[in-house]
Design a protein around this ligand. Structure first.
Ligand code: HEM
Length: 134
């Protein structure tokens, strides 16, 4: 069955924001070695430019995420669905917190650890979201 217009808007906003938050981190990670060869400054400029897109996208994900919950009939969802939703919300918190700590890290190890956790947890949230969609 075709989604209603409002469901289409809600899910399109959620998925568009996910492409920026999740896909953007993967693309930036792929660009960093090349940017470093240009100059260490180039990496910082690109990371700051990405932050101006990624944090608004994260806010849209959280807002449309709660909109998704409001639109779903909770009483007709299985326990497994609710467990995956709970785990997904915890993973989203980890993704946001680790991305924030990545921006504050001073050492290369700190940048690598928090950046990896941010990226992996973002992908995990995306996969869980796909399982939740019905
Ligand atoms: C890093 C953050 C997030 C990512 C990457 C993400 C990603 C996704 C994706 C890809 C889908 C599948 C959409 C589809 O195929 O139609 C989805 C669905 C869903 N997401 Fe998220 N999401 C995030 C945050 C959240 C948050 C914070 C919540 C709740 C507060 C949430 C609740 C949901 C729900 C309930 C669905 C199912 C919607 C439905 O079937 O109508 N998401 N998410």
């Amino acid at each position: 069955m075709l989604s209603s217009a409002i469901d289409g808007i809600r899910l399109s906003l959620h998925v568009l924001a996910a492409t920026i938050w999740v896909g953007g981190q993967i693309v930036l990670a792929g660009l960093v070695p090349s940017l470093r060869r240009v100059s260490p400054e180039a990496t910082r400029v690109a990371a700051n430019a990405f932050a101006r897109l990624s944090w608004p996208a994260f806010a849209v994900l959280v807002l449309t995420g709660f909109w998704n919950i409001g639109a779903v009939n909770m009483s007709s969802q299985t326990t497994a669905w609710k467990v995956v939703l709970g785990v997904k919300i915890a993973v989203v918190v980890i993704s946001g917190a680790s991305a924030y700590l990545h921006t504050k890290a001073k050492s290369t190890a700190g940048l690598a650890v928090w950046g990896s956790i941010a990226g992996l947890s973002a992908v995990a949230a995306l996969v869980m979201g796909v399982f939740l969609a019905n």
